[in-house]
Structure formats: C-alpha cells, structure tokens
Design a protein around this ligand. Structure first.
Ligand code: C6P
Length: 409
C-alpha cells in the first residue's frame, strides 16, 4: 500500500466546513489553494475563543486580559520559531504576509546596505512581490537587478546562477516554490553558493510553508518570508524569519508604538528584537490563528500528507497528459502544490469560467508572475493548486469539467 492511502483525506475534509457547499449546483472542488487556503474549524475556533475570552492589546497592560493576550501572542511566535526551526523567537517578526516581509527586508536591509553598482540577484520565476520591492530599492540606492533565467521546463539554471553571481551580488532573493509552476528550487544549494560569494539570501516561502517542512537552519537562508493564509491560517498575518545578527544590525522600517524603547522630541531609542520591526498594534488574532493552523498541520502525519499531495498532483499531471489538447506548463523534476496548463486554442480565463460553472475553482492568468509568462511566451495559464483536503475524486471532477469545457470551446 502506498503511503498516500494512509492519509485519511475524508476526515481532513470534515475539518474544513467551507468545503461542504455547492457552487453553481455542483459540490465545490476548491483548487485555488496557492491563492489562499480554506481554514479548518480549529482555526475558526481559536479566533472566536480569542475574541470571546481574551481580547486585549498586547505588551501594554498589566490587567489579566492583557497578560493572557500577550502570553497567547508570544507563544504563537514561539510556535512559529519551532515550526521553521529558528534559533530563537527574536528571529520571528510578524508581518501582514509574504509581501510585507519582503518589503521589510528590501527597505531596511537593502536601503542600509546597497550601494551603486551592487547587484540583487532574482530569478525569472519570481512573484511580483519578490521583484517590485527590489526594483524600488535599486532605484533608490543605484543597485542593479540581475535575473537568473528558467529553463523551458521551469527549472532554475544553476550554471546561469553561477555566471550571474559575483562579488557585486549583495542579495539573492528567490522563490522557494514557484506559485505559477510549482517548481521547488534547490534552496540549500542557492544559499551555499550565494554565501560563498558573500551575498545574503532571502527566500520567498509563500508557496512552500504549507507543503514542505521548513528548516531555516538546514537551508541556511538569511531571511525567509511566508504568509499565514496560504497555510490554513487567517489572512493578514505573515512571518519574516531573519538571522538574528542581520536583524539586529538593520534599521527599523515602520515606526510608531511597540517598536520603541524611549521617545522624546529630540531622540528615540528602539525596542529589542523582534519588536523593533513591529510598529503599532499587531494582528494578535491572526498570530493566534496561525498557531492553531500550525498545530493542526502538525497534528497530521506530515509524511503521509506530503505523499498524499504528491499523489494528487501527479495524478492530475498524468491525466492531463492523456489529453492531447492540453499543454502542461512547468514540468520540473521537483515540484509541489501546483499544476499549470493551457488548453489548445482557449484563453485561460474562458477555461476558468467554464470550470467555475461546474463548481471547480481554479486560478487563471499570469499569477502575478508577468516576467515568467513573458519568458515562457504565454499569456497566462490555468492553475490547479492543491491543499491537504483535495482528493482523487476531485481530480476526476476537474478532468470531467475540462472535457466538458473543451466541448464548449
Ligand atoms: N500568490 C497566488 O495566487 P501575500 O499576498 O503577501 O500573502 O503573498 C504574495 C506572494 C509572494 N510570493 C509568492 C510565491 C506567492 O505565490 C504570493 C501570493 C498568490 O499565486 C496571490 S498572487
């Protein structure tokens, strides 16, 4: 028996109340998990319990609710630190999501360290969130962007990576798992090579955190950014992991309450890590919801979950390959979470609409990766992206819906 059989997808589905609904007269097949995942009851319960019982601002009050709220908020941070194997909770900064995490590093680390002629190394498969912040800081500092091309299969070309990496490279900013292709990049190797060249590495883990165990020490990255909402937690909460020595040396980014130690009109001193980077009242409930999501993920057999997701993705790919009008986009050897494709002669958004009419939710378009679409010479793709609750049966529903869509196109 293969290990995906040991993963009880039906009981997992029961934990996600939203899934049990009809869309356009059909049971929902939710295959837009790379955009955002659905939330298990345990996360919904944690949010309600927090607002119902403990709600108070954190780090400010001496009253009982403030202490409870602060304890829950900080224990969520510690939970995240353990989840990604950070050395300390000081390396975990709360943000609104991956985008804000990357902006923090670009603005603070980039703004402080980049000089004219320095280079920032990106790849062709970056999400706009890992392009535009670097573009803006490059414009401000006189640094330049360099871009590692992807192969037609959708893999990073490591020879090109080596060719473009030089003593001018200050920052390597790369995606761990591509949201448009599903490619898993060789992040340990990227970090090793970048560090040998004296560069720091930021990894965009938005699409990795829900699918792969993340160990920032084993990867040896300097920064790792991810979003709660793509891993079964609420929207509006995200994480920046940063190596303590780097975070310590970085100037604050946003300013206001929380991030200060003392303020006078002449001079302000800043709080210790990680609070130096957390101006204003944080998303307390979001952090608590993220903790509940991590507890939920880790209550499952992670190995069986990963095998299940791989099985569902590969089944989708092999069934699509039997359809002669389908072209798979992104056939890297190492993938997770995503199957992108095109139907001959059909615009992706028309396909998406026809699938929606049959209750199947996918995303269509450029997936906020316009340079990648340009490199691949395509306008966009239809993207099915998977979560822990997607079943074999749903893959077959997707195939039936595609066949029916083809008959309309
Ligand atoms: N990708 C998708 O449908 P935020 O919005 O900050 O939570 O995540 C931004 C982001 C950054 N990097 C990658 C690799 C991503 O996939 C995303 C979000 C969604 O693919 C929405 S565009």
């Amino acid at each position: 028996m293969s290990s995906h059989r040991q993963f009880d997808v039906e009981s997992v589905r029961q934990c996600f109340p939203l899934l049990a609904q009809q869309i356009n007269g059909h049971p929902l097949v939710y295959l837009d998990n790379a955009a955002t995942t659905q939330k298990p009851q345990a996360v919904l319960d944690a949010l309600v319990a927090y607002y119902r019982n403990d709600n108070a601002n954190v780090h400010r009050g001496v009253h009982a609710l403030a202490e409870r709220s602060t304890a829950a908020f900080e224990s969520a941070r510690q939970r995240v630190a353990t989840f990604v194997n950070a050395r300390s909770h000081r390396e975990i900064v709360w943000t609104r999501g991956t985008t804000e995490s990357i902006n923090l590093v670009a603005h603070s680390f980039g703004g402080e360290n980049l000089r004219p002629g320095d280079e920032i190394l990106l790849s062709d498969m970056e999400h706009h969130s890992n392009i535009v912040p670097w573009q803006l800081v490059a414009q401000r500092t006189g640094a330049e962007l360099r871009v590692v091309p992807v192969t037609p299969e959708g893999e990073l070309d490591l020879d090109d990576f080596d060719r473009l990496l030089s003593e001018r490279t200050r920052i390597v900013a790369m995606v761990h798992v591509s949201n448009a292709l599903g490619t898993i990049n060789p992040v340990e190797e990227i970090c090793r090579r970048a560090h040998d060249a004296g560069a720091v590495v930021l990894l965009d883990g938005a699409q990795a955190a829900a699918h792969l165990p993340i160990d920032v020490q084993a990867i040896d990255c300097d920064f790792y950014a991810f979003s709660g909402h793509k891993m079964y937690a609420p929207t509006g909460i995200g994480v920046l992991y940063g190596r303590e020595s780097l975070l310590d040396a970085m100037p604050p980014w946003q300013s206001g309450g929380e991030m200060i130690r003392t303020v006078s009109f002449d001079h302000t001193t800043f709080n210790e890590l990680p609070y130096k980077f957390e101006a204003g009242t944080p998303n307390i409930a979001g952090a608590i919801g993220l903790r509940a999501a991590i507890d939920f993920i880790e209550s499952l057999d992670r190995g069986a979950l990963i095998a299940h997701e791989e099985h569902v993705r590969k089944l989708t790919e092999s069934l699509l390959q039997q359809n002669e009008n389908v072209r798979l986009i992104g056939t890297a050897a190492n993938k997770t979470g995503v199957v992108s494709f095109l139907l001959d002669g059909a615009h992706p958004s028309d396909v998406g609409t026809l699938l929606d009419q049959q209750g199947v939710a996918v995303r269509t378009g450029h997936h906020c990766a316009m340079p990648l679409m340009e490199r691949l010479g395509i306008p966009g793709t239809v993207r099915a992206s998977f979560g822990m609750y997607n079943s074999e049966e749903e893959v077959h529903r997707l195939m039936d819906a595609i066949t029916k869509a083809q008959s309309f196109l």
